[in-house]
Design a protein around this ligand. Structure first.
Ligand SMILES: Nc1nc2c(c(=O)[nH]1)N[C@H]1C(S)=C(S)[C@@H](COP(=O)(O)OP(=O)(O)OC[C@H]3O[C@@H](n4cnc5c(=O)[nH]c(N)nc54)[C@H](O)[C@@H]3O)O[C@H]1N2
Ligand SMILES: Nc1nc2c(c(=O)[nH]1)N[C@H]1C(S)=C(S)[C@@H](COP(=O)(O)OP(=O)(O)OC[C@H]3O[C@@H](n4cnc5c(=O)[nH]c(N)nc54)[C@H](O)[C@@H]3O)O[C@H]1N2
Ligand code: SF4
Ligand SMILES: [Mo]
Length: 734
């Protein structure tokens, strides 16, 4: 019997697509984008279009496993420049199948023993973006670790600098809805690889351009998006704050700002006006590599061609000054007043609108931690895993429970991370769908379901539709969802609190009952029936005027365009867009805004030994490290490349196809040179991949650092200096 199930793609991607899965006799036979979802519009990205290959891959982890070999990858398989895919059986040879009972007993007894000897904070959860499903992302797991009194993980690896920068101006993570981009006439994709990482925004831009819109791309790497742009501006990495400040220098200097909006809805304009004096285009050209005349032209066009919208993305905030960069860019629509216009404003993330009851009393239950410890548990920054495992804090980390993440691939300073994970005294449990780089260091591996195999509620960070992701098929093998894993572990640990018995539906109901007006009229039954529902968005002013929340009727961007800051109503303490921030001042940061060249950049001392700026980027067809082990996806993505400019290649005697050594003080990797015009002189680029599928068993993160950003304590994947030398000419290799 055939049926079609509505689900939602839970991968860490702004698009959060609505998905239709066809089931035939209990087996999924087809996946497609939901044509009824206004942002998905019936298509999926290339990687998820092939998701049946992932769900039914012969390499899935299907049973609990215990390690029977020393920690580390099977060394016979690494060491070649173009390694093949690991066979499931080979990877499993380091493990022996055990029952769930044995696995849970062993974990519970090791956790108890470690907690007794070192305190419960010697146990560390490690999770990030495997699934963004509300429940499988953060619910039972949080309850479990709170009740246990484990260390807390500061989840900073992705976007905390950007969030801090954005919120320092707006106070809240809201932005222009993607559908409104059709009305824009000037679109800036700022550090935003729309074709690769946010492909469902693209059709709206295509439509806007058909109506005459101009697309400008600001990115040091010539992405596929840049190649399609009307105007592509390569920028030196980590210099975006200077560019935005210089644009404001021109806009304010030429009186192109919206004085009325500024007066009524912002604070600190006087300080900002003073600050931008330091950033005339001629000075900023030297940092950014963009000519003064181009900076002037960009500023004038942005301020006068209306509506103008900025799609700014995470690339600018993976630099040492990432917080300030996002802060500066966020000020632009606040000085031009473009928040007033349909198709204006800025989008970084929309996630602040999903006002679910996620916190304390409901899903995460942080009160259990206070009950367990009498205080909040210590907090460990996930970016510093290498440091934490090698220079043990007190108490040391003695156990790691990894789920929704692949730290042995994605964490910066890979060599330090691996040194730590190899520690024989570290008890590591990994809940996974595949035998990843991280399971290579696990004592116990547990099988995890994919989104086909469990139910969840799904928000988004690139649109405003809440979705129900229904379960399409039974779990394969003995796979369990994150929710079920932590429920079982709680039971085994003897945690008998009521909350560990809550069902998935009960938790969804609770999450939806936040009483926020934007969730009014949206309940589980409606989501189950409709699949996706647009939030009941209304700007704060509109709510006030109406005296009450909008009625729960279906709305869309045309009947009720969401203009969150059209009349101010910012989420800051002052209620205004803050160009001057007391909170930043108290953190020792510039309360206005400033540009500081990154410590690892062409402008720094270190550039003498390591003169090239490395962008350790994401692959268009992988999702961070996810998908990179699947043959169907590998066929779409050439890995193991170092892209470099002809100038830098020539100076080092390197030709396209040669094997090169890329190195700095933290490590080295061998890659294949690709001289293709993707990067300007002084910049090189490579992408993230599984380490064990890379040459020498090491991936690009051996070169990245654990240094944190100026705001938000985030990772600095894009502030990295390296040197490159010829290792083996292509001709001798063949
Ligand atoms: N296909 C695909 N999609 C993905 C992901 C993936 O791995 N693959 N990852 C997902 C995740 S976790 C996230 S956080 C989002 C992130 O998606 P994006 O926010 O798009 O983040 P990045 O790809 O890191 O960076 C975007 C662009 O910024 C550029 N960039 C780097 N440094 C600078 C700089 O200093 N200035 C400027 N102006 N640009 C710079 C990069 O070259 C890149 O093209 O994408 C999600 N979607
Ligand atoms: N060099 C470099 N490094 C980077 C980045 C970069 O751009 N360059 N990007 C950084 C960014 S932005 C991010 S967000 C991080 C991402 O870091 P991670 O969140 O660790 O991302 P993934 O590599 O996608 O690994 C997620 C893992 O979760 C597993 N998984 C999926 N669903 C489930 C589930 O339901 N349950 C369980 N238990 N497991 C599941 C997947 O199989 C996968 O192995 O990487 C960061 N690292
Ligand atoms: S990864 Fe992103 S674009 Fe691809 S299906 Fe999932 S949500 Fe859509
Ligand atoms: Mo991310």
């Amino acid at each position: 019997m055939k049926k079609v199930i509505h689900a939602a793609c839970p991968h860490d991607c702004p698009d959060a697509c609505g998905v239709l899965i066809t089931i035939d006799d209990g087996r999924a036979t087809r996946i497609q984008g939901d044509p009824a979802h206004p942002v998905t519009r019936g298509f999926l990205c290339a990687k998820v279009a092939k998701y049946l290959d992932r769900v039914y891959s012969p390499d899935r982890v299907l049973y609990p496993m215990r390690r029977i070999a020393p920690k580390g990858p099977d060394t016979a398989r690494v060491g070649t420049v173009a390694p093949g895919r690991p066979g499931g059986a080979e990877l499993r040879s380091a493990f022996k199948r055990i029952s769930w009972d044995e696995a849970l007993n062993e974990i519970a007894s090791r956790f108890k023993q470690i907690a007794a000897e070192f305190g419960s904070e010697a146990i560390l959860p490690y999770s990030y973006g495997g699934t963004l499903g509300v429940l499988n992302g953060a619910s039972m797991d949080r309850r479990f670790f709170h009740r246990l009194g484990a260390s807390q993980l500061d989840r900073t690896i992705c976007s905390m600098a950007g969030e801090a920068g954005l919120k320092s101006v707006l106070g809240v993570k809201l932005g222009t809805e993607p559908e409104q981009f059709v009305h824009s006439r000037y679109i800036i994709a700022w550090a935003s690889n729309i074709h690769g990482n946010n492909v469902h925004l693209w059709p709206f831009i295509v439509e806007a351009r058909r109506q005459g819109a101009k697309l400008v791309v600001i990115d040091p790497y010539r992405t596929r998006t840049a190649a399609c742009a009307d105007w592509y501006m390569p920028i030196n990495p980590g210099t975006d704050a200077a560019l935005a400040l210089s644009m404001m220098h021109v806009i304010i200097g030429e009186n192109l700002h919206d004085a009325d909006y500024v007066e009524h809805h912002t604070i600190g304009f006087r300080e900002l006006r003073e600050k931008v004096q330091q950033y005339p285009p001629e000075r900023v050209a030297q940092w950014t590599g963009i000519s003064a005349s181009d900076i002037r032209k960009l500023a004038r066009e942005y301020a006068t061609v209306r509506p103008a919208v900025i799609r700014v993305n995470d690339g600018i905030q993976r630099s040492e000054g990432g917080g300030m960069a996002m802060r500066a860019v966020t000020m632009l629509p606040c000085i031009t007043g473009s928040w007033k216009e349909v198709g204006g404003g800025l989008q970084y993330a929309t996630s602040g609108a999903f006002a679910l009851a996620l916190d304390k009393a409901t899903l995460a239950r942080s009160d259990l931690m206070i009950k367990a410890l009498g205080r909040p548990a210590r907090i460990i920054n996930m970016v510093e895993l290498g440091k934490v495992l090698n220079q043990p804090p007190d108490p040391p980390v003695k156990a790691l429970l990894v789920y929704n993440s692949n730290p042995a691939a994605v964490c910066p300073d890979h060599n330090a991370v691996i040194r730590g994970l190899k520690r024989p005294d570290l008890f590591t449990v990994v809940h996974e769908q595949f035998f990843t780089d991280t399971t290579d260091y696990a004592d116990i591996v547990l099988p995890a379901t994919t989104f086909f195999e469990h139910k969840d509620l799904q928000g988004a960070y690139g649109h405003y539709f809440l979705q129900m992701s229904n379960q399409a098929i039974e779990p394969l093998g003995e796979c369990r969802s994150n929710v079920d894993l932590f429920r079982a572990l709680a039971d085994r640990m003897g945690f008998h609190d009521e909350c560990f018995r809550e069902s998935v539906d009960e938790m969804i109901d609770a999450a939806l009952k936040s009483n926020h007006p934007w969730l009014q009229g949206i309940d589980r039954q409606r989501l189950e029936a409709e699949g996706h529902v647009r939030l009941n968005l209304a700007a704060a002013a509109e709510l006030r005027a109406a005296g009450q929340p909008r009625a729960a009727v279906p709305t869309c961007y045309e009947t009720a365009p969401f203009l969150p800051f059209a009349e101010g109503d910012f989420g800051t303490a002052s209620g205004k867009a803050e160009f001057y921030s007391e909170a930043l001042k108290s953190q020792g940061l510039d309360p206005a805004v400033q540009f500081t060249p990154p410590g690892e950049s062409r402008h720094s001392e270190q550039a003498q030994a390591f003169p090239l700026e490395l962008l350790a980027r994401k692959a268009d067809n992988f999702l961070n490290s996810t998908f990179s082990n699947l043959p169907a996806i590998q066929n779409m993505e050439e890995s193991g490349l170092l892209e470099l400019n002809a100038v830098d290649a020539g100076a080092r005697g390197i030709s396209d196809g040669d094997t090169v050594k890329v190195f700095n003080r933290r490590g080295e990797v061998l890659l294949r040179a690709r001289v293709d015009g993707a990067v300007p002189p002084g910049v090189v680029s490579a992408h993230l991949h599984w380490a064990k599928l890379s040459s020498g068993g090491r991936n690009i993160n051996v070169l990245t650092s654990q240094k944190l950003t100026d705001m938000g304590n985030s990772a600095t994947f894009y502030s990295v200096l390296v040197e490159v030398e010829l290792f083996q000419p292509a001709s001798t290799g063949k």
